[in-house]
Design a protein around this ligand. Structure first.
Ligand code: SF4
Length: 182
């Protein structure tokens, strides 16, 4: 018997591979959603999206792509709040996923960010639960961080584009200049 359906917000192919497998194994009808206006610059966004499309084809899951590139929305939230930018970034992406899940008739939503050691895990859980409560749609939580190596095992032989920084221009600066925005 199916456990229900879940719409998985996907941040990149390498975090998504095992995340999709996990929710499928739990018995959910699982689809992926691409909405990441936090990835800069535009061609970096396109490279990661192409990798995701390729993964979806290989693993055979449905990938829903939100058209457009809401970079202005992203910066309107973040400018002036740079030290807390991840909070606004998570909220923007998870809210879109929850609203899309409701519109398309999914029971629940979640995110591939929960598999990453690089992300603020507790904050993601808090924001996911808050949106779930406000919008009246379930948020599926699992601590998948120990399974990131399984995700990489899946994508390793696929030769997919792999990013070197989280996504935003701030994270790119931190990565390459070895600085920390405080
Ligand atoms: S560091 Fe990553 S999670 Fe934080 S705001 Fe930038 S892209 Fe978003």
């Amino acid at each position: 018997m199916k456990a229900g359906s879940v719409l998985v917000h996907c941040c990149c192919a390498h975090c998504t591979a095992y995340t999709i497998e996990h929710w499928r194994q739990q018995g959910y009808e699982t689809s992926a959603l691409w909405y990441n206006p936090n990835i800069h610059p535009y061609m970096e966004h396109q490279n990661r999206l192409e990798a995701m499309q390729s993964l979806a084809k290989t693993l055979g899951f449905q990938l829903i792509v939100i058209e457009g590139y809401d970079i202005i929305d992203y910066f309107r939230r973040v400018v002036g709040n740079e030290t807390q930018r991840c909070q606004y970034c998570f909220h923007l992406r998870l809210l879109k996923t929850a609203e899309s899940a409701i519109r398309m008739g999914y029971d629940t939503f979640t995110t591939s960010l929960l598999i990453s050691h690089q992300q603020k895990h507790d904050l993601l859980q808090e924001i996911g639960n808050k949106i779930a409560q406000e919008k009246g749609v379930g948020f599926l939580y699992a601590d998948l961080r120990k399974r990131y190596s399984d995700s990489r095992r899946i994508t390793k032989s696929l030769n997919l584009y792999r990013q070197q920084y989280c996504g935003c221009v701030y994270s790119e600066w931190e990565r390459y200049a070895d600085v920390k925005i405080e």
